[in-house]
Design a protein around this ligand. Structure first.
Ligand code: BG6
Length: 490
């Protein structure tokens, strides 16, 4: 195969809290992400709060850090919160979309900020200015024939809902989310056809095995319940999207980390399989097949999980199956039941080091073949059209005389796209590729600007200082050529 398939969705991907900024402008409410401080590889991001006596404090933002009783998440003086300004896409979207168009994008993935539409989450009427903003963005994309791919929820819960109901563990979230989703589907009808109700809901399960020290009965109960509530919303959103506009296509979005057993010890082989089931298949199967897989019961029994459910949940799951499968891919992971001598201490990648792979500064493995492996396993399992909705290299770039020579990024993308080609040759129906962070944005795990992914450099540093000007990196011209030749020349 020389070229990628006809009408392939070449593009890029982002999320609202990592690009928009304007965190308190035009009626937007605060979100839980607005309370996340900047961090780094060494220092985890913090979530700030005010305790019941009015004193400020902060906890580690990873799963497992819990607030003191009576404390509420809050924006607190003296901390830097990168999402507040991010890269100010709220004001620069025209300039940015023009650059995406110049590269030849056919698709742009973005997410809707929930508190920009419903500032607290429980209002009767949505915020008209929030809706107007996204309509403007969609109009601008259509001007250049760029198809929007919209994530409805990419992690930014309205702060009021988080503080009042404790977030996704509470079933009350289902109704609030459905109201938000319905508003998006109705308001953006005709402008958006491709929807992803949730970003990477399986993260909550993956993280249980990544940070072993906080993984206990309680965190398992919480994570499985959160996911159940999200799965119900996902299915209801699929049904609603199809009712509102039969043209709508709704996809899953799974964090795709393939696991490899580190030895041929049968214990490692089994453990590896169970990790795939828990971390990857559990959420994907429920969205694609419309029911929990057989191994779900084993998982619930193993971790003593008791889900709070209602009979409708299961009929909705059955009726609301997704039309396509999407996933993010950055790295693979090694699984072992043996003592780990060489640990990779990355953010979002904790485990044994794979001696056959290199690792980034953030501890993420460089494994293009893992992408082919994942594509082939998942297409074989689901036989649905697939889009890689996130893939890319976070790296430190240097801007010199308005130029960034990011040959390391070009190599990374070239190697990964080559494996996509091979997977397509092997029969996988891959219909799109939206490179993560097509314009530099705030890193989700560390809150840094200096962990850059973009084809477009944004002049801002980790403290939010800089001109905010955009510069085309070498990879910008490279991707433009890839799209222009339909991937024939990588
Ligand atoms: C994905 C998230 O898991 O990884 C993105 O959906 C995130 O929001 C991306 O930005 C890359 O991670 P990071 O931590 O490098 O920003």
């Amino acid at each position: 195969m020389s070229k990628f398939p006809e009408n392939f969705f070449w593009g890029g991907a982002t999320s609202s809290m990592q690009i928009e900024g304007a965190y308190n402008i035009d009626g937007k409410g605060l979100s839980s992400s607005d309370c996340k401080t900047a961090g780094s590889f060494e220092k985890r991001r913090q979530l700030t709060y005010i305790d019941k006596d009015g004193n400020p404090g902060a906890i580690n933002s990873n799963l497992g850090g819990s607030l003191p009783p009576g404390a509420k998440l809050a924006v607190v003086d003296g901390y830097f919160y990168p999402s507040h300004e991010a890269i100010d896409f709220y004001h620069t979207y025209k300039e940015d979309i023009k650059l995406f168009a110049e590269m030849g994008f056919k698709m742009f993935r973005l997410s809707i900020s929930w508190p920009r539409i419903y500032p607290n989450g429980d209002e009767e009427e949505p915020n008209a200015k929030g809706i107007a903003f996204y309509k403007d963005v969609f109009r601008e994309l259509h001007k250049y024939n760029i198809e929007p791919l919209v994530t409805i929820f990419h992690g930014d819960v309205p702060l009021y809902l988080e503080n009042t109901f404790g977030g996704w563990t509470n079933r009350k979230m289902i109704d609030y989310f459905m109201k938000f989703a319905k508003t998006c589907l109705e308001e953006f009808k005709g402008m958006v056809k491709y929807w992803l109700p949730f970003n990477e809901m399986n993260d909550y399960l993956l993280m249980l095995d990544m940070f072993g020290n906080i993984s206990n009965k309680e965190t398992h109960q919480t994570s499985f319940q959160m996911i159940h509530n999200m799965l119900v919303c996902n299915a209801r959103t699929v049904k609603l999207a199809h009712e509102i506009d039969p043209e709508n296509k709704v996809g899953s979005m799974i964090c795709g980390i393939p696991n490899y057993p580190s030895t041929c010890d049968p214990n490692d082989i089994l453990e590896n399989r169970y990790r795939w089931e828990k971390g990857i298949f559990y959420t994907g199967d429920a969205q694609v097949f419309g029911e929990y897989p057989v191994f779900a019961k084993r998982l619930w029994d193993t971790y003593d999980v008791h889900l709070e459910t209602q009979p409708d949940d299961f009929t909705d799951l059955k009726q609301g199956t997704v039309d396509f499968y999407t996933f993010s891919y950055y790295m693979s992971n090694l699984v072992t039941t043996h003592e780990i001598k060489d640990i990779v201490q990355g953010n979002f990648a904790n485990g044994a080091r794979n001696p056959y792979l290199n690792y980034s500064e953030w501890g993420w493995s460089y494994d293009p073949k893992g992408l082919r492996y994942y594509l082939e396993v998942m297409y074989d399992r689901y036989k649905l059209p697939m889009i890689i909705t996130e893939n890319g290299l976070g790296a430190k770039d240097t801007l010199v005389d308005g130029k960034v020579h990011d040959d390391y990024r070009i190599s990374y993308l070239k190697d990964h796209l080559h494996e996509c080609k091979v997977a397509i040759e092997h029969g996988v129906k891959l219909i799109g590729y939206t490179m993560w962070g097509c314009i530099d944005l705030v890193s989700a795990s560390t809150g840094e600007m200096s962990k850059r992914y973009g084809f477009i450099y944004v002049d801002r540093d980790d403290q939010g200082q800089g001109s905010n000007k955009r510069y085309k990196k070498d990879s910008f011209y490279w991707y433009q050529h890839v799209i222009d030749t339909d991937g024939e020349e990588l």
